[in-house]
Design a protein around this ligand. Structure first.
Ligand SMILES: Cc1ncc(C[n+]2csc(CCOP(=O)(O)OP(=O)(O)O)c2C)c(N)n1
Ligand SMILES: [Mg+2]
Length: 425
């Protein structure tokens, strides 16, 4: 067993794990009270893997995770108040209340999310690492993924490029033995997940993910290899979630005894006991850590409760569509399509539409213009800005143009429909 670090580090590790545990218990409670909406995935039991990893990262390193990442953000330094506000869907949330539990994000602390698509964070991790290299930055990207995510196509593709391009990235599989209700034996042909990336050139090892010190040691070495030698590696950390996959899991796939067996290895209790037995921490400090966590979490709930809901007329902010021509703010906010970067110049119509309660309220029935081929995307100037410059007559011309454009689109669509009907016949 690896040696304990100094007393201050032990205190911080215990405090951070305790805070995350208490935060998640409270998040579960608030979810039951319908304060938090959407889905809620708790990582209670997995704190040593999370905290051990974050504790050996530098400030400039990136961490990217899955949808079970309240603790990851807190471990990275995000104030629990902002994580709780995100769960409550409030403006002071880490994503302005737009993302909820699965999309915690904190650019400042380099916690890069928060992804609902299993394995979706892997290529992004490779991209972050590539960006660091491209900019000659010394930062490493730590990518955490579940056992289930190791079965996705993204896993193989990312491992291949990470090895091929020698990216400064490190992978940590949080193997909690299940992907939803399916055990590793039933979802992966190769059950030793540390071997799963070997064929791509990424060697792996297995560690005890319930032991915060073992996690620190393993991850520190992985980060060192990534930073100093540009060698991506993988660790498989064995851990366990005491709660169901999400808040709506009847847990018919595992026995109560199994959960109890893992609870006996609780990462927080075992670490606290070890520190006390070794004389590194006292009972008083262990108690202090619990009290501080309690205060912080109650403060977070109070803060989240007091934070306002996002205003109605911001409903369409930060929503974009992309196509081969570029990216655009959703054009339902006003009759004209707009480039995404001109979103702040949206006309008053946005508020009126939002208040009317429907995205298409007040919109003509006929097919809407395509942002890629019509509107300010082509003109290069938002209509309201162009109108100001050109004067009121120009506005009338534009209205005529719009009419022609709409009838052209309508005609095209009718032709398309006719062809489709013929094919069906
Ligand atoms: C691409 C994709 N497929 C399926 C799902 C549905 N899904 C959500 S969570 C999950 C299990 C993932 O398990 P694992 O990677 O082990 O993570 P854990 O939940 O155990 O932390 C699945 C299949 C999804 N979100 N995305
Ligand atoms: Mg899992």
């Amino acid at each position: 067993m690896a040696d304990l670090p100094d007393a201050a580090t032990c205190y911080e590790l215990l405090a951070r794990m305790t805070l995350i545990r208490r935060f998640e218990e409270e998040a579960g409670r608030q979810y039951q009270r319908a304060k938090a909406g959407g889905f809620l995935h708790l990582g209670i039991g997995e704190e040593a893997t999370i905290v051990g990893t974050a504790s050996v990262m530098r400030k400039e390193d990136y961490l990217i995770g899955t949808y079970r990442t309240h603790g990851h953000a807190i471990a990275r330094g995000t104030d629990p108040k902002h994580v709780m506000a995100e769960l409550f869907g409030r403006v002071d949330g880490t994503s302005g209340g737009r993302g909820g539990s699965m999309h915690i994000f904190d650019r400042e602390n380099r916690f890069m999310g928060g992804y609902g698509v299993v394995g979706g964070n892997l290529p992004i991790a490779a991209g972050l690492a590539l960006a660091s290299e491209y900019r000659s930055e010394d930062s490493v990207t730590v990518c955490m993924l579940g056992d289930g995510a190791s079965n996705t196509g993204n896993f193989g593709e990312t491992m291949n490029l990470a090895a091929l391009w020698k990216l400064p990235v490190f992978f940590l599989v949080e193997n909690n033995l299940y992907g939803m209700g399916t055990s590793v034996e039933r979802h992966s042909a190769q059950t030793d997940l540390s071997k799963k990336a070997e064929g791509y050139g990424i060697p792996g090892k297995r560690i005890d993910g319930m032991d915060v010190i073992a996690v620190r040691e393993g991850v520190a070495e992985g980060i060192r290899l990534a930073r100093e030698e540009s060698r991506p590696t993988l660790l498989e950390a064995f851990t366990y979630r005491y709660r169901g996959h999400s808040a709506a899991d009847p847990e018919v796939y595992r026995e109560r005894e199994e959960v109890e067996e893992w609870r006996a290895k609780d990462p927080i209790e075992t670490f606290a006991k070890r520190c006390i037995d070794a004389g590194v921490l006292g009972e008083r400090e262990a108690q202090e850590v619990r009290e501080k966590a309690e205060q912080a979490v109650l403060g977070a709930v109070e803060f989240a409760d007091a934070s306002p809901e996002p205003p109605l007329d911001t409903l369409y902010e930060n929503l974009y569509v992309t196509d081969s021509e570029g990216w655009y703010a959703v054009d339902e906010r006003s009759p004209e399509p707009h480039r995404g970067e001109r979103e702040d110049r949206m006309p008053e119509a946005a508020r009126e539409l939002a208040e009317a309660g429907a995205a298409y309220a007040g919109q003509p029935e006929e097919p809407r213009p395509n942002p890629a081929t019509h509107g300010d995307v082509q003109e290069g100037v938002p209509p309201e800005v162009a109108a100001e410059a050109e004067g009121p007559e120009a506005d009338d011309d534009r209205a005529d143009d719009d009419e022609d454009r709409n009838s052209e689109v309508a005609a095209e669509t009718t032709e398309e429909q006719e062809v489709a009907e013929e094919v069906e016949d």
